[in-house]
Design a protein around this ligand. Structure first.
Ligand code: NAD
Ligand code: UD1
Length: 375
């Protein structure tokens, strides 16, 4: 039986039929939460995938399980290389060992706001220097296309209205700054290459880029084969609610009930990780077909939900009350953060389809299976 998540509307199939060889995508951080779901979408749309990950926050992507799930008979369609983006030699090894890399999706990095305040230099060296290492190697091996994982956190909150790409950039944490500066470096590389191409400089190296700014990715693939299971402790709302549902924590602490929102609790734009994965496939399709491209795009649903609305949705799914108490606001939090994703819709012809209830159900389904198999 085909799972719904596998039936991906996929314009790339037509494109691939015209090519002699399937495009190969290097996915840094491809064993992580968003990366692993994106790999499944890429593979099921015909792309070949090389995962490059140091597995500091993930287990090795379960390639055999995934290959049999996708009925992939050719093991060369998924390669997993253990390595570190902070070590240029590790990255170079991937390019040397691969016949052709058509594009890079660069997920690898560190993503905890609280940790970035405690250890900023670790964030700058992994997220920014790591990105520079990737760009240098791409230039050396004439790989021209990159998709970069950025975050809505660079906006610093939306004051109750949807945030569009041209809104004020105002990172409120070292993590947010590392994402914004990485965006800036990629943009500078793109501009420099364009200018030298215009001046007929034969040494010019083109860089085409799409910057994707994610809002709040949650959920898991429908059959629960993969999901969000960080090795490092997560402080986000969904994993924290899961711990309460599974009895690991006795209650959820809600950070603030005095925000200027519908019920006083924080509002976010939660987006199903499979919608996000499909957004990456749409972005790769666009990037490979569009010379001289540099675009920044929000990926969200455009709809915000409060913490209490999320709790209520989970309660309906699990059939019991989720105990919670109210606490002071958390440092660095904002009242509301909701995307205007109309530009992604217009350019990529992509739109998030899955509702909050599906996000909660799929998260819970994965966590039940994951915890079940680890108990
Ligand atoms: P994740 O931690 O699950 O995945 C990141 C992967 O990168 C992990 O598998 C980790 O082992 C790997 N990694 C970390 N440091 C590395 C290094 N030095 N070299 C090689 N691999 C390394 O995180 P995720 O949620 O999948 O996020 C992916 C990307 O999206 C990150 O860049 C993150 O900043 C960004 N992002 C995430 C969210 C979110 O809420 N999950 C929101 C906005 C942006
Ligand atoms: C978090 C991350 C940010 C990341 C973003 C997208 C922090 C501080 N920020 O932001 O790096 O880019 O996710 O994934 O880690 N909440 C509670 N109790 C909890 C946990 C959360 O009330 O135990 C509330 C928060 O106050 C917020 C909402 O739930 O209002 C969502 O929180 P969270 O999942 O951490 O996401 P962001 O704050 O948007």
């Amino acid at each position: 039986m085909l799972e719904r998540d596998l039936v991906i509307p996929c314009t790339v199939v037509g494109l691939l039929q015209l090519r002699e060889q399937m495009p190969t995508i290097l996915v840094t951080g491809g064993s992580g939460f968003i990366g692993s779901h994106t790999c499944i979408s890429l593979l099921s749309c015909g792309y070949d995938v090389i995962i490059f990950d140091n597995h500091s926050n993930s287990k090795v992507f379960p390639s055999l399980e995934v290959a049999s799930f996708l009925s992939i008979n050719n093991p060369d369609r998924i390669k997993i290389i253990h390595g570190d983006i902070c070590k240029p030699d590790d990255i170079e090894h991937v390019f040397l060992a691969s016949e052709k890399i058509d594009a890079v999706i660069h997920f690898a990095g560190l993503k905890s706001i609280p940790e970035s305040f405690k250890n900023p230099s670790k964030y700058w060296s992994t997220n920014v220097a790591g990105t520079i290492n990737i760009l240098n190697c791409m230039a050396k091996y004439s790989c021209e296309n990159i998709i970069f994982s950025s975050s809505a956190t660079i906006y610093g909150g939306g004051q109750g209205k949807q945030i569009s790409e041209s809104d004020l950039i105002n990172p409120t944490s070292p993590y947010g700054w590392t994402k914004f500066i990485s965006e800036k470096i990629i943009h500078d590389q793109h501009k420099a290459a364009k200018e030298s191409a215009n001046s007929c400089d034969e040494t010019s190296k083109t860089i085409n880029a799409i910057i994707l700014r994610y809002f709040n990715p949650v959920g898991a693939i429908k059959n629960g084969i993969i999901g969000e299971s960080p090795l490092l402790s997560a402080t986000n709302l969904f994993p924290t609610i899961m711990k309460v549902i599974n009895g690991e924590d006795s209650q959820l602490n809600i950070f603030g009930n005095d925000w200027p929102t519908i019920d006083g609790t924080g509002v976010r734009d939660y987006i199903h990780v499979m919608d996000l994965a499909e957004g990456h496939v749409a972005a790769i399709n666009y990037l490979l077909a569009t010379p001289n491209c540099f675009i920044e795009l929000n990926l969200g649903t455009g709809v915000g939900y409060s913490v209490l609305q999320v709790i209520n949705t989970f309660e309906q799914i699990v059939g019991h009350v989720i105990p919670h108490t109210f606490h002071a606001r958390r440092d660095g939090d904002v009242a509301s953060c909701v995307a205007d994703s109309s530009l992604a819709r217009k350019i990529l012809k992509w739109k998030a389809k899955r509702e909050l209830s599906e996000m909660c159900f799929d998260s819970w389904n994965y966590w039940s299976k994951y915890l079940g198999s680890n108990l």
